[in-house]
Design a protein around this ligand. Structure first.
Ligand SMILES: N[C@@H](CCC(=O)N[C@@H](CS)C(=O)NCC(=O)O)C(=O)O
Length: 237
């Protein structure tokens, strides 16, 4: 029987700031790992092999015990903190207020700043502006394009994280984004689907997203009560 130690595999690109976050977290925790480069400039993130690994087509991705693939740098850092709480440095403070502040600063960067200067995003700005020189609707075309592009990938990611309740290939009948429980992910999904519709995206093209959204809107009271149409500042009220 082989006693070789299995170490995590990090799919990374040297210049990727998102991968760097995870490389630092691994170093702080003192975790050995195998480095597998994905050359983003040579578009290796779109290869069939990588597509299977991360349906979102981005680095970093970390493969851990039992070949579980973890994606999204924040999720990976939180995993490392949860899995190795007492190894190396702590990545989150104990105090709940301080934890929230750490996550607020991190998310401001991770979701508010970095996505706007991503490679694929910059290419699309060049394309939309050169194709529609006279259009007054660059912003609308831009938002619709990105929601559709990312929903296609999110639907694939959800195929891995949801629990299917259907044998149909058109929908997996999922009720929640992850497993059998309402989580923060569902609380993020429903408002994003609402935005998608406002930008003219045909959400039915994304069967798992639609399935979850329909279920949650129909059955979770907290989501119904907090719907935009039921708020005191909604103009149609
Ligand atoms: N929110 C993701 C973003 C990942 C991301 O944007 N990765 C970039 C490198 S830093 C990437 O793979 N870009 C490839 C592309 O745009 O095609 C995370 O934090 O992990």
């Amino acid at each position: 029987m082989s006693s070789a130690k299995v170490i995590p595999i990090l799919y990374s690109y040297y210049r990727s700031s998102c991968s760097w976050r995870v490389r630092t977290a691994l170093a702080l925790k003192g975790i050995d790992y195998e480095y597998r480069p994905v050359n983003l400039v040579k578009t290796e993130q779109y290869s069939e092999e990588f597509r299977q690994l991360n349906p979102c087509l981005q680095v970093p991705a970390l493969v851990v015990d039992d070949n579980q693939v973890l994606v999204e740098s924040m999720a990976i850092m939180e995993y490392l903190e949860d899995r190795y709480p007492n190894q190396g440095s702590r990545l989150l403070p104990e105090d709940p207020i301080l934890r929230a502040q750490v996550r607020a600063v991190a998310l401001t960067i991770v979701s508010g700043i970095q996505p706007l200067q991503n490679l694929g995003v910059m290419k699309k700005v060049d394309e939309i502006c050169s194709e529609n020189k006279d259009s007054a609707n660059h912003g609308l075309a831009w938002s619709k394009y990105w929601i559709e592009t990312k929903f296609k990938l999110l639907d694939k990611l959800l195929a891995q994280t949801t629990t299917s309740t259907s044998t149909s290939t058109a929908t997996n009948g999922a009720k929640y984004c992850v497993g059998n429980q309402l989580t923060m992910a569902d609380l993020c999904l429903v408002p994003q689907v609402n935005n998608a519709r406002r930008f003219g995206v045909d959400v039915e093209k994304f069967p798992i997203i639609s399935s979850i959204n329909d279920y949650l809107l129909a059955s979770v009271d907290a989501i119904k009560q907090s719907h935009p149409d039921r708020q005191p500042d909604c103009p149609s009220k």
